[in-house]
Ligand binder design. Structure first.
Ligand code: ADP
Length: 402
């Protein structure tokens, strides 16, 4: 069965076509700079990559191009689009409503629209992608997989903020958490690798990419996570601040006369690693600059790892018995220095890293803790698209049986 996975960002569409349940990637690609004069279309299948540049006005046109490429007589991978049984969509915000992936109907679309104020940058393109996919893949079932769904098990005590309760009751202001598909994927993989039931593992999952978040998983379910009402909270990220004292925002407003749009730009685009280092938001460039002696780059790495360690400590405390710590996403998978520094000094708490294994491990599934370590440490490359494809496949299978 062929399942297409679509991830619509504000000006891009990433897509992957899988053959399920074999988990085989058949084709993939990216349409970038949608809305600009020169959009870039990348499409790959087998060992062949096609790159085209022309104007793509909106997500609808982007999806049309993807549909045409997939069924193209020369470079396509299916004869007819009806051979694609399901389309799985990444949707960032599912509010408190969606505790798992959903078959898309009018009600689901209405809810995604209702949650736009909670994710103004993400839910609109996600919804546009769904509407376009319904048009260009009319015979496929459509499934929404929410970034927030895995965190709907976070209990009230961990999701409530210390502000008047009325703001939760009336406006649903609470911790939602994000990157849920990735945290769930690596947690399930850990259970598979170690031969345990998926609901029999206590884990700390560290998703460290451009956006960074960390989750405490108890008995296979998320019980706390570092991102909050928005993806700004928690760890220091590429360009986002992570945790700050809310008093800083009041100071910006009262003493520096800053407007909300300016504050948003600073906290979302100019903070985090780039804000501290002044070098880049890309960890590779920061490491390079640090190795050449740039003190601020070194300081940015130190601050980043310090924050990760602080959250690991907090989550060890709330979990009690912990089976594993997992590192994933661009930085987590590829930067041994981050893994080492974030776990440094935790030996007394049962975390002992094997330095050699850690240093040589890049983007592969591998244990990097030593034999004496009570808590296993793993690198597990994330695969959110495959997780979305699996969920979509389950719905497609059910609909075929009916
Ligand atoms: P996104 O959150 O956009 O999916 P990624 O998971 O790709 O981002 O993470 C991007 C971060 O990971 C960047 O800081 C980048 O420097 C780092 N990174 C990605 N790949 C590598 C690599 N091969 N080696 C070192 N660092 C990497």
């Amino acid at each position: 069965m062929n399942i297409l996975v679509i991830n619509c960002g504000s000006s891009s569409i990433k897509f992957k076509l899988f053959r399920m349940p074999e988990n085989v990637l058949i084709a993939s690609g990216l349409v970038e700079k949608i809305g600009g004069e020169e959009s870039i279309i990348n499409y790959s299948r087998d060992n062949e990559t096609i790159r085209r540049i022309h104007k793509v006005s909106d997500h609808r046109q982007g999806l049309e191009i993807i549909a045409n490429l997939l069924a193209d007589p020369d470079c396509g991978v299916v004869k007819n689009l009806s051979e694609i049984e399901g389309v799985g969509h990444r949707v960032v915000h599912g509010g408190e409503e969606f505790t798992g992936s959903m078959l898309i109907d009018q009600k689901v679309k209405d809810k995604i629209r209702e949650f736009i104020p909670l994710a103004p940058l993400h839910n609109p393109p996600n919804l546009e992608g769904i509407l376009a996919a319904e048009k260009y893949f009319p015979e496929s079932i459509q499934v929404a997989c929410f970034d927030t769904a895995f965190h709907t098990t976070v209990p009230p005590v961990a999701h409530i903020y210390g502000i008047p309760y009325y703001f939760y009751e009336k406006y649903r202001i609470r911790r939602y958490g994000f990157h849920g598909t990735s945290h769930r994927y690596v947690a399930r993989r850990f259970a598979q690798i170690t031969g345990k039931h998926k609901y029999d593992v206590n884990l700390i999952t560290c998703h460290l990419g451009n956006g960074c978040s960390i989750t405490a998983v108890k008995n296979g379910r998320s019980i706390d996570t570092s991102m909050g009402f928005t993806p700004l909270e928690g760890l220091i990220m590429g360009t986002r601040s992570g945790d700050i004292d809310p008093g800083i925002i009041l100071y910006f407003v009262d003493n520096l006369n800053m407007k909300p749009s300016e504050i948003s730009k600073i906290l979302n685009k100019e903070s985090g690693l780039i804000g501290i280092s002044g070098v880049s938001n890309d960890f590779r460039s920061i490491v390079e600059s640090a190795s050449q002696g740039n003190k601020m780059a070194q300081f940015a790495i130190e601050s980043f790892c310090y924050r990760v360690k602080k959250y690991i400590g907090a989550y060890l405390a709330i979990l009690g018995k912990t089976d594993g710590i997992i590192f994933t996403a661009g930085i987590g998978e590829n930067q041994p220095v981050v893994r080492e520094r974030s776990l440094e000094g935790l030996e007394e708490l049962g975390v002992i890293i094997d330095r050699e294994k850690n240093n040589s491990c890049r983007a592969i599934e591998q244990e990097i803790s030593s034999r004496e370590s009570k808590i296993k440490v793993f690198v597990i490359p994330t695969n959110e698209e495959l997780a979305i494809a699996s969920d979509t496949y389950e719905f497609a299978k059910k609909s075929l049986n009916h």
